[in-house]
Write a protein that binds this ligand. Structure first.
Ligand code: SF4
Length: 640
């Protein structure tokens, strides 16, 4: 059968499953990446699996999110990440080296390889032809243990690019245009696969801008073929040996085709507060811009900043506008310096920030109250900039530079400066010496933890009989926010499960934690749709730490149920919903688990001798995971 590129890479990595869209397939993962904000928990989970060394071809731990060291927590995280990397065979990228996706593209991504990363913009590496996906920290930990990664076999959309970019249009406008067509939900369950004659006109960094924001479409991944542009980029990075040509078979089929004529595109902007609220920049003519921020994993490559420097050359930015620049990596920064481009930007009034995510997640560079910020980033959700009422517009580097120059959005028809097509430099300095490559044998390396990094306690296995008090009875539609509240002060404890657990259900019942601790173990009684909302793993992990062994409900939200299983909590349902009314907080249920098997019901009895029938929809595999005490134990058992 003629296969598209996505199918080819999945087929080459297939461990289990039938590659029909919608079916589950398990694939081998070649590479993993983490960033510091999600990495600490991923590595705590990795440590709990108990293996001596990662089994992937390459795993990299980047520090790019929380690089400000204004207290002990971030530096402690960085020190822990560095020591874990050395111990277990992981490459470590220190704070300030660059943004994970830019660095991965420059230094490690390889056409045809599979990559998962605990960051939603991991699909950036699709610009080089790697099938790259964002994943949870636990999935990354399991991939490092050599376990296959299970995905729903995606549909594949063919995005055919015709013509070539002209005038002031750039790669960012291609993906903003696609967002305007598909919206932020239009890519769910699909891979965006780029084709057509326009592909050859785009360099790898331009392609990576497009694949990066495939995440905003909700897409599983985005991918470009690997061709002469890919070879040229890899050669520039000193990695020509990593080049392999890759393309879809002639006559391959797709689930949908969208044609974009690059030559018709004009500069676009996504308006607050959604990346798909796309309008032509011309429509924003006259809107004052208080701040311009250039950088992020979307638009911080050398060629992006080269365009900015061309526009700012011999000019000064508008006095009322602040211009922030965060190069994507030290390699980009060094190239800007050696080509004299950094001077042009600084002389025009730009401010140089660290090579990190920075303003993209409100780590410095927040706009003023109600201020308009034109950003080359990928997300403009309300409050993300660090200013709740900041008005963030997503634009290309070219548009951003004109905003800085004019202090307002202006119609591109009035832009007079010439901008040549972005080009790759003749040579690029290597920064590989800045990474900490792990020693051959890291077994003697001491893992350094600060007070905020606490190893996961071992999870005990499921006994044959459980006698559990109802620790709390909650109503329908309880969200993961009710179970494990978010907020800066609480999420700072994400690598300290004993500490974060003290906040479980605090917005529902302040005494829950005390009660759970006094009981030692227990059960949560929920209504319909228990665990809806965000997919946060801590909403299962923290209750498990407090001794919750069973959640008994009328029904579950799907992702939370999966998280409960992963952390060894048994998700059961009442066969007779009226039993919900008859149960109260403090009742004790004795549940016989000997009969736990796919499709079988279970019996529970109350202390007064009443019998309840409990159901579940667990598969044999899920039951095995719960019996082992959770996925980490289960994998550990399998690896022995
Ligand atoms: Fe995430 Fe922004 Fe960093 Fe990219 S630059 S990885 S979107 S925080």
């Amino acid at each position: 059968m003629n296969q598209n590129l996505t199918q080819k890479i999945i087929a080459a990595h297939l461990v289990e499953g039938d590659m029909q869209p919608g079916n589950e397939v398990a694939i081998k993962i070649d590479q993993t990446l983490t960033q510091d904000a999600t990495g600490t928990m991923a590595y705590l989970q990795w440590e709990a699996i108990g293996l001596p060394r990662v089994k992937t071809e390459l795993s990299v731990s980047y520090v790019d999110h929380n690089t400000l060291q204004m207290g002990f927590r971030n530096p402690d995280d960085h020190r822990y990440l560095r020591s874990v990397a050395a111990r277990y065979g992981i490459v470590f990228s220190p704070p300030g080296t660059g943004i994970c996706h830019q660095l991965h593209l420059e230094n490690f991504a390889i056409p045809g390889k599979t990559l998962i990363g605990s960051d939603s913009h991991t699909p950036t590496a699709g610009g080089i032809g790697s099938l790259s996906m964002g994943a949870g920290g636990l999935s990354v930990a399991l991939a490092m243990a050599g376990e296959p990664y299970t995905i729903t076999m995606p549909k594949v959309f063919k995005i055919r690019l015709e013509g070539q970019l002209t005038g002031f249009a750039s790669a960012k406008d291609v993906i903003l245009h696609l967002l305007g067509i598909l919206t932020v939900k239009g890519g769910v369950g699909a891979v965006m696969e780029y084709h057509g004659p326009g592909v050859a006109t785009l360099s790898v960094p331009e392609r990576a801008t497009i694949t990066n924001m495939g995440a905003e479409l909700g897409a599983t991944a985005s991918i470009f073929p690997s061709d002469e542009q890919t070879r040229a980029f890899l050669a520039l990075m000193g990695r020509e040996n990593d080049f392999t040509p890759l393309a879809a078979d002639e006559g391959a089929t797709y689930d949908r085709e969208i044609v974009i004529d690059l030559s018709t595109l004009a500069p676009l902007a996504a308006q607050p507060h959604m990346p798909d609220r796309v309008v032509p920049v011309a429509e924003l003519d006259g809107l004052n811009v208080d701040q311009v921020a250039i950088g992020s994993c979307t638009n911080s490559s050398y060629s992006d900043l080269q365009s900015v420097a061309q526009i700012l050359k011999d000019e000064h930015i508008a006095p009322s506008t602040d211009l922030l620049l965060s190069p994507g990596s030290k390699q980009v920064l060094k190239m800007l310096m050696s080509e004299g481009l950094l001077d042009l930007i600084l002389d025009a009034g730009g401010r140089l920030m660290e090579c990190s995510c920075g303003p993209c997640i409100g780590m410095g560079g927040s706009p003023s109250s109600g201020g308009v910020s034109a950003r080359t980033f990928n997300r403009n959700f309300e409050g993300r900039s660090g200013t709740q009422d900041g008005q963030v517009y997503l634009v290309s580097p070219i548009t951003a530079a004109f905003c800085a120059l004019n202090g307002k959005f202006t119609d591109p028809a009035t832009w007079t400066k010439a901008v040549s097509k972005p080009s790759l430099p003749a040579t690029a300095p290597s920064i590989r010496h800045l990474f900490a490559f792990p020693p051959e044998d890291g077994s003697e390396v001491e893992i350094l933890r600060g007070p905020n990094i606490v190893p996961l306690s071992p999870f005990d296995r499921l006994p044959d009989v459980l006698e559990l008090p109802v620790l709390i009875k909650v109503a329908d539609n309880i969200t993961t926010d009710h179970i494990m509240p978010a907020g800066a002060a609480i999420t700072a404890l994400r690598s300290n499960i004993p500490a974060i657990s003290r906040h479980v259900f605090e917005r529902v019942d302040k005494d829950f934690v005390t009660r759970a601790e006094a009981a030692g173990q227990g059960l949560i009684l929920g209504g319909e749709n228990y665990g809806q909302g965000s997919s946060r793993e801590h909403a299962a992990l923290a209750p498990r730490h407090l001794g919750v062994r069973v959640v008994l409900t009328k029904s579950f939200a799907r992702i939370h149920k999966a998280n409960l299983i992963n952390f060894g909590i048994l998700p059961l349902m009442l066969a007779n919903e009226a039993d919900y009314d008859s149960l109260a907080q403090g009742d004790v249920l004795r549940i016989e688990l000997g009969a736990l098997a796919p499709g079988a019901t279970l019996l529970a009895s109350t202390s007064e001798g009443r019998q309840l029938t409990l159901t579940h929809d667990l598969t044999g595999n899920e039951i095995a995971i719960i019996k082992a005490g959770g996925l980490l134990n289960y994998v550990n058992d399998r690896q022995k």
